[in-house]
Design a protein around this ligand. Structure first.
Ligand SMILES: Cc1ncc(COP(=O)(O)O)c(C=O)c1O
Length: 341
């Protein structure tokens, strides 16, 4: 094993081609066992379901190096389950959980030199995805699919890491009522690109989406769920059928209740309640927990009392606990850590 010669503390969040990727194919009604390949290129027929009707689902997860040198993954069974459900919603054959987990193990081991070292603050981002390779022309599900997993080493998603960010309320909706917001399908992200470009050009790190039916409730951002802390120090977590069931958010709720003895209130959260809250943060695999100091909706500016200098008290505790669990410094609940090697 020879680690790649990267400046691990400053690698940013971008794609770097690593050595191996996993590929399995679905044909004649079944998945093959899959294998590791060198070629990062995908060749598709011009009428593949992926290219014509956007039949694609994906996941995002991370592998970490612990102090003893072992490499672990955080709750990969949850990603396997979510991609299984996402595929069902897009009329794709789901990747069996065992195949998903085998692919993760194999691809991480095969790219072990790319897994950032302990203490660097970086991790190996893992991108499992499935798409329609079969030919379609009338609007219909394809009959052939490919499942791939590639990896790329990454640092923090938002520049500044745990420094608070400012976000804006999007004028566009991300997901329709009774639409596909709760599944991780590429089509949802295509929907968010226009408002994401606008947010960035306005100087904001992210868009906050409101519920598409009434635009009165908080949904989530383009790449993470949102959490709040109220004036009494309770965690307030927006609940909606059109937001992605974030694995980080569900882990935070457990940590808040079982590690920090906080009261957790999971319910629809009105946008006009935010001005009464103490703290806000975005949470997700890429974002980990990113404190939000300011939320802007055209002329209306909400300054969270926790401010733009540093994370508030509760968000800091949640951040320390979840990153402590992911890095092996704090004991994880049963089944949360999968040791890969
Ligand atoms: C839209 C959206 N919401 C929430 C999340 C966070 O989910 P997780 O914590 O499972 O990474 C993500 C990122 O994966 C996302 O893309």
């Amino acid at each position: 094993m020879t680690k790649k010669d990267l400046d691990w503390g400053n690698i940013g969040f971008k794609y770097r081609q690593t050595d191996k990727r996993f590929v399995a194919n679905f044909k004649d009604g079944k998945w093959d066992e899959g294998s590791l390949v060198d070629d990062p290129t995908v060749t598709l027929n011009e009428s593949a379901g992926m290219l014509q009707y956007c039949q694609q689902v994906f996941e995002g997860m991370k592998a970490y190096t612990w102090e003893d040198g072992s490499v672990v993954c955080f709750r990969p069974d949850m990603n396997a389950e979510r991609m299984y459900n996402s595929a069902q919603r897009i009329e794709m054959p789901s990747v069996p959980k065992e195949l998903f987990l085998k692919a993760i193990d194999e691809v991480v081991k095969a790219n072990i030199d790319w897994v950032p070292p302990y203490g660097s603050g970086a991790s190996l981002y893992i991108r499992p995805y499935e798409f329609a390779t079969g030919i379609v022309i009338g609007v219909a599900p394809a009959d052939e699919y490919q499942f791939r997993v590639f990896t790329t080493p990454v640092g923090p998603y938002y520049k500044g890491g745990a420094t608070p960010i400012a976000i804006q309320v999007s004028d566009f909706d991300r997901a329709a009522p009774r639409g596909t917001g709760a599944v991780k399908a590429g089509l949802n992200y295509a929907m968010s690109l226009h408002s994401s470009v606008i947010a960035h050009s306005n100087g904001y790190a992210e868009n906050l989406y409101l519920d598409p039916a009434t635009r009165t409730y908080v949904e989530e951002t383009g790449g993470s769920n949102v959490i709040f802390v109220d004036k009494d120090g309770n965690l307030v977590v927006p609940k909606s059928d059109s937001i992605l069931p974030s694995i980080t958010r569900r882990s935070i709720v457990y940590i808040a209740e079982h590690y920090l003895n906080l009261k957790v209130d999971e319910r629809p959260v009105r946008y006009d309640e935010i001005k009464n809250f103490q703290e806000c943060a975005l949470c997700g695999t890429a974002a980990v927990i990113s404190p939000v100091g300011r939320i802007v909706n055209h002329d209306e500016v909400i300054e969270l009392p926790s401010g733009m200098e540093k994370a508030g008290e509760v968000v800091s505790k949640l951040y320390d606990t979840i990153t402590g669990i992911q890095s092996g410094k704090i004991e994880a609940p049963e089944g949360w850590i999968r040791k890969i090697c």
